[in-house]
Design a protein around this ligand. Structure first.
Ligand SMILES: Nc1ncnc2c1ncn2[C@@H]1O[C@H](COP(=O)(O)OP(=O)(O)OP(=O)(O)O)[C@@H](O)[C@H]1O
Ligand SMILES: C[C@@](O)(CCOP(=O)(O)OP(=O)(O)O)CC(=O)O
Length: 416
């Protein structure tokens, strides 16, 4: 290794994902091995993603990380596991232009700096940990010239947070639970890429709430210990449902897709209720959103929208196409208008063209919306939803080669 001080950096961008067949329950807590397969859709990184820059330099005296601009400890077991696993796979690196030569054996002695930024709220029930760990592992693998493919990297990201393994791919992704005790076959594979079913539109209702009381990690541990329904779900329900979901996705069969996704979300929340002590992730607003979607779907010949809820009250609504998404947004804005002083521009974010298609330009248009005909005496409740994000299925991780997008300074390796 040359003694001259240098900094080598890599920047990556990784999407978040939402499960349509849920992961809930581990059979191994340390390796993060699940009790069932799960399937997710990757969300468009333009609206929800993590950007992470990782750097290495002989001048760094310890591993350090900054998350959203603030120093953040890497001492947690999950970060340590990811770092150890990637270091074990590091290879020789040679950058002639910068005069950098790192031999495989040197990686054990070199420290890294990590700076990460989420373009959406962290720890707000929008799966920042999934995008975050996937991005960390992907970026470190590229920095250290690890030769593993994205599926193999997903088995490392999984050790940061289970759901993170599914963020290594775009489109629809399956996490195979695997059988091996060492977790080597518990990894993510891409079912179809984001172009396969590009008609789908996703609207996320970020529901106003306090910080959740039970983290996913604790919640699923309690469910494994106490819920008989979870045992039945993992053994009898998910294996069949996963196959049916794969078929529905392959055939772009929205009717089956919606039925399976809604049923699986509802069963996951039923497992939470079946847990001792019971866990309540959804709130009254979540239930009202379910009711709106169910009534609309029943009033049509075939389902227009699927809903799914993770470990929190936010609704992820997947519309069969743009027309359905436009109608959905109109119904949602009727039932859940913003507070009177709110600005529409910050109430509906992401792909605003859907708002335009819905003919809504300002608050007057929201006030003038007609009640959804399928809901009797539809009420309007202001302020129950904090904001909506309009997005779509998206691509997997990418490297950002433009140095101006790096979050660390190319000479010091400290946050810009
Ligand atoms: N960009 C990131 N890089 C590395 N780790 C991150 C990143 N963003 C979030 N995390 C980790 O994830 C934690 C937040 O995870 P948590 O499960 O509480 O929330 P969430 O993933 O945003 O929401 P949810 O799991 O309810 O969907 C953070 O405290 C941090 O440890
Ligand atoms: C409800 C879920 O979002 C649970 C996600 O759990 P996490 O992946 O956050 O849990 P850990 O593996 O303990 O980090 C369902 C899902 O994403 O499949």
């Amino acid at each position: 290794m040359e003694e001259k001080t240098w900094v080598r950096m890599v920047t990556a961008q990784t999407p978040t994902n939402i499960a349509v067949i849920k992961y809930w329950g581990k059979r191994d807590e340390t390796l993060i091995l699940p009790v069932n397969d799960s399937i997710s859709v990757t969300l468009d990184p333009a609206h929800l993603c993590t950007t992470t820059t990782v750097a290495v330099s002989p001048s760094f005296d310890q591993d350090r990380m900054w998350l959203n601009g603030k120093e953040f400890s890497l001492s947690g077991g999950r970060y340590q596991n990811c770092l150890r696993e990637i270091r074990a796979r590091a290879c020789d690196v040679q950058d002639e232009e910068k005069g950098i030569k790192i031999a495989k054996k040197d990686w054990e002695k070199l420290n890294v700096h990590v700076a990460s930024y989420n373009n959406f709220p962290t720890a707000a029930g929008l799966a920042s940990s999934a995008a975050g760990f996937a991005c960390l592992v992907f970026a470190l693998a590229k920095l250290m010239n690890a030769k593993e493919d994205n599926s193999e990297l997903s088995a490392i990201a999984r050790q940061g947070s289970g759901s993170a393994c599914r963020s290594l791919f775009g489109g629809f992704v399956k996490w195979n639970m695997g059988k091996a005790e060492d977790g080597s076959d518990s990894l993510a594979v891409q079912l179809v890429d984001e172009k396969h079913w590009d008609e789908l539109v996703i609207i996320i209702a970020v529901v106003s709430s306090r910080q959740k009381e039970t983290s996913s990690t604790t919640g699923m541990r309690d469910s494994v210990e106490t819920s008989l329904l979870l045992e039945h779900r993992a053994k009898e329900v998910v294996p069949k449902r996963t196959k049916q979901m794969e078929e529905a996705i392959k055939n772009r069969d929205f009717g089956s897709f919606a039925q399976l996704a809604c049923a699986d979300s509802n069963q996951f929340h039923a497992v939470c209720l079946d847990t001792c002590p019971p866990i309540f992730y959804m709130n009254d607003t979540s239930h009202r959103i379910i009711s709106c979607v169910e009534k609309w779907n029943r009033s049509e010949e075939s389902p227009q929208v699927a809903y799914t809820f993770d470990a929190g009250p936010n609704a992820v609504l997947i519309a069969r196409n743009r027309k359905a998404a436009t109608q959905l947004l109109q119904k949602l804005l009727f039932c859940f208008p913003p507070n009177s002083d709110a600005d529409l521009n910050s109430y509906v974010i992401g792909d605003k063209s859907i708002l335009k298609d819905a003919g809504i330009e300002d608050m007057k248009d929201v006030e003038a919306l007609s009640p959804p005909p399928e809901i009797k005496n539809a009420e309007r409740s202001k302020g129950e939803v904090s904001y909506f994000i309009c997005t779509k299925p998206g691509r997997g991780p990418v490297l950002l080669s433009d140095e101006s997008q790096a979050l660390l300074h190319p000479e010091t390796g400290l946050p810009k």
